[in-house]
Every structure is written in structure tokens, then in C-alpha cells.
Design a protein around this ligand. Sequence first.
Ligand code: ADP
Ligand code: ZN
Length: 602
Amino acid sequence: MSDHANSLSLLRDIFGYDAFRGEQQRIIDTVVSGQHALVVMPTGGGKSLCYQLPALLRDGVGLVISPLIALMQDQVAQLQQVGVRAMCLHSGLSREERDRVFWTLSAGELDLLYCAPERLLGGDFISQIDADKLALIAIDEAHCVSRWGHDFRPEYLRLGVLAEHFPNVPRLALTATADSATRDEIALQLKMEQAERFVASFDRPNITYRVHEKTQARQQLTQLLKTEHAGDSGIVYRLSRADVDKTAMWLATAGFAALPYHAGMSAGDRARNQARFSSEDGIVMVATIAFGMGIDKPDVRFVAHVDLPDSIESYYQETGRAGRDGLPATAWMAYGLGDVVRRRSMLEQSATDDQRKTIERRKLDSMLGFCELTGCRRQALLAYFGQTLDEPCGNCDNCLNPPQTWDATEASQKLLSTIYRTGQRFGANYVFDVLVGSSNERIISLGHDRLPVHGIGEDLSKSQWRTLLRQLVARDFVAVDHHGGLRLTDACRPLLRGDCQFQVRKLRKPSKATSKSKATTLVSPENQALFEVLRDTRAMLANEQGVPAYVVFADSTLAAMAEHQPTDHDAFADLSGVGQVKLERYADTFIEVIADFARERL
Ligand code: ADP
Ligand code: ZN
């Protein structure tokens, strides 16, 4: 059989999938033929198979470098479930466990060995590895070499030595990081300039992107969790540790299974919460960006940003943790004037040098532009990463429920004039009061009730003025100092003079935006009850083995089971995600549950 046919039959027999996705086949062929590959694929794109299958097809063991113990353990558990001989090596192992790994390795009884970089580079382990016994070397999360990224790992910089030790072993570097500068850095640091590059589309079609105007964050978030994601696993991102603690607390009080995660917690508490998140169904993790790379959980159904991310890169990476399994998922954000002000002042007050500040300012501006967008969000996201989507996606808030716009040129001039006439030192609320013609004590004592701008904005409500101000600040027409004082920028001059027009979004009732979103249920309503029973069965089987539920079967396999209701092994084997080993291991149990369920219904 050719390598090509071989890889397809392994895909079916072992993993239970019908066909390769995207570039998987080409990447696998490249590595099987002994060449190097640099793989850039979004989260959930299917990177693991790109090294797992070649490791099985080539002689020897596949060595996989992975930065986090939790990631390794998940992968190993998943491989063992499908009958692949995999183990991991990291500092958390006891002496006996470690000896067992070495023993199995030298007996040639391993297909894949996952290894932490410090474990590989420490001591003389690397010189003990016989190059002839290596099928390939895969460097996962390769963007960890980048000093500029959130996930920088100093040990990753030393992985270049692998090129010298094992020049003839094919190497793969894999990452989900989208920008091209990081790609070049990976190639350079890992000495993989010659590697063939595979850059997949960054589109995540199953994710619905939504940005809502922040009115009452708490209520909006609760609404999302209750009405659209009851019982689902999800992540709520917050900017500060204090807000993480508070949010987790009130969500728990409101009856949600919410847990906190941030760098201020002890390592033990963090590990415990992360383990619960990945193994239990329906946990809502409230976290800072410290909760990131280790998330391998495929069935995260929503990612909610209650605070504004600092860049589109961060937003894309964080929202990308939703829906790795390809099933419908929500990326939700609530965003308001306070977010713009906070991010801008954090940036200006940070200790970084001017050059870097300029870059960060540009990134924040792009993020704000994305929030204020009236067109398709997916088209904008992809364009940011240099890719194109020809048609609007039909699966973002702006596509599902096109925002109305209005010409705010004149209103903006009124607002700008009021800021100017009151001396460019007052906060938003005061300026709104003057605009709508309020005569409170402070206004009178400062004589601002006699200004010509007093009351010129009566036609709009304060919340409409707030929406407009947010958009002016987002566009950098108005600056906010760290006391909240508003001031005009040079950029606003053309607008003040009437040389340009300003079209903005209309304030939208928060509930309306969600009304037309796609349903996020995984199975048809008539099979929902069976799906729940199958979920319980899966939880029980996972529990017995001490592995996360999705290691037994992905949600997509379970959903297919609920829809097709197989009654024999042949039909069971046809489900996507059922290979030889899982067929033997689980078919009887699930077939029986399905039959019982059907009988009780009669
Ligand atoms: P990544 O590492 O790129 O984030 P994974 O390798 O974890 O993604 O794959 C994401 C999900 O897609 C997993 O559940 C995996 O089993 C599934 N998957 C990967 N390749 C295929 C395929 N060819 N057909 C069906 N499912 C696949
Ligand atoms: Zn769209």
C-alpha cells in the first residue's frame, strides 16, 4: 500500500474519521517522506493528527515537545483510548513512573513520547536518544519561542539544538498563532528555515462572533449563560484578578458552577480548578488571560469577554478556545465607554518604551475598530490576518442582525464643542449634564448654565450621548485623562469644521441582538433527552477510568449517536470518531443504553 492509502486507513481504523481535513493529508505526506514542516493552523484545526499519524507510519517513536503537563496528559489519555502506545515524561513523575517510561522506550514499545522541554534538555537525556529510533520530532505550541508573546518559554529557545543532534529526523513545528512575524521567529529559532510551511485558513466558521454594548454587565452575562448556554462549559475573561474573584463569586451565588483562575492564586488551587474545568461538564471558568494555553478541552461552548482585550490577536486567541470540536460556539463580548478609557490609560501609563507603545496603540485601535464595526466581523478578523472571505459570513451579530447607523456629524460637533467650552477637564457625566441642559448646583456655580452649548443636546438621551462618546473615543477624536477628564485631540479638527462625516452605530436594545442568533443545540429537540442519557453514560465511563469525558467520546460523536441511534456494531462503527478500539470498548454499552431508551419510550 502507498503511504497515502496507509495514512487514510489508519485515520479510519484508529481514529474513526472518514477523511482528512484541510491540509492534514499534505502535511502528513511531507513528514512521512522525511521532510520538515511548519504548521500554522487555528485551534481545533486538527494539528495533533499531523504528527500522530506520521509517527505511526514511520519506524521508531515520535517525540513530541509540549509546554504543559496538563496538555500532555490529555493527549496521552486520548491516544491510549484509541489503542496508541503513548506516554509522557515530565518533572511531575515519580521515580518509578519515570523508569517505566525509559524502560518502555528502550524496549521499542512506544509510538509516541510526550516530553516537557526542560526534561528533554536537562541532564544528558538528549544524547541518550538514538537518532535511528526516532520517527519524528514535533514541537507543539511553537510560538512559545517568541519573546514578544504571552506564552514565552525560555527553554523553547534552546530547542534549536535538536537540528544539530538529529539532522536527519523530520521535525514539525506547530502553532495556532496567526501573525507572520511569529512564524518567521519560529523558523529562525528552531532552525527550520527550510521547512515547508503550511498556513491554514484562520476562519473558525462554527464560532458566532458577537459584540454587545455594555449596559449592565452582570445582567447581560447572566442572561447569556441562562438563556443560551445553560449547562455548557465556558470561559469568562476578565481583566483584573479582583474582578475574576468577584465575578466567580456572584455567578456561583446565582447558581452557576463557576470557578476562578488567575496568577494570584496558589499553583495548587489553579491546577485543581483547571482539572475540574476539563473533566467535569458545565463548569464556567472565570479567568484572567493567565488561563490560556493549557486548555485542550474541545467542548468549550462559549467564551465571554466582560472586558475589552488589548488587541485582535488576543481576542482571536482567547475566543479561539471555544468550539475546538467544530460544533456551534459563541464568542461574546460586552463593551462600553469604560473599557475604552481603561485600556487607553493603561497603555499610556505603562512603563514600555515609546516605540512599543506606538505598536500597542495601533493594536488597540484595531481592536476598537473591530468593536465599532458595522460590517461582517469575520471578514474583518480574517482581513486583519491577511486572509480574505469573499462573502459576509452570516454567523456574526452584524450579519445576523445588521446594525442601523446614523449620521452623527452634527451631534458629534455638539459634544466636541461642549467639551471644549467647559474647559476640557470634566468627565463624561458632567459634559452630558451640560449637553442636556441640566441645572445642577455644580453647573450653576461654574456658570456653565450660561454657556451657549448648555442644553443644545436635549434631543438625545444621556445613554445615546454615552454611545456616541464611546465611538468618538474609540476613533481617538476625544482623549480621556486618568482622572476621566475629556479633551479634544488633533484628529477631531476636520470633524469639528464639518470637513468629514461621522457615521456611527445606533444604540441597540441588548436583548434584540441575540434574538436571531443560530440555535446552539447540538441535536434536534426530539433527540435531546437521549443525548442527555448518553452524556450521563459517557460521564460514568470517564469517571471509572479517571479521564475527562471528551476522551471517551467527543460531543460530536455523542450527538451523531443520538441522531442515528445505532443498534449493531456496523452502524456504531459508522459514527465519526469511532475507531476499532473504541468500537470494541464502548459499542455494547451505548447500544444497550439506546435500546433501553427506545423501549421505555414505547
Ligand atoms: P488543534 O490541536 O489544532 O487545536 P486537535 O488536533 O485537538 O486540534 O483537533 C481538534 C478536534 O478535531 C479533535 O477532537 C480531533 O479529534 C478532531 N479532528 C482532527 N482531525 C479530524 C478529521 N480529519 N476528521 C474529524 N475530526 C478530526
Ligand atoms: Zn459576518
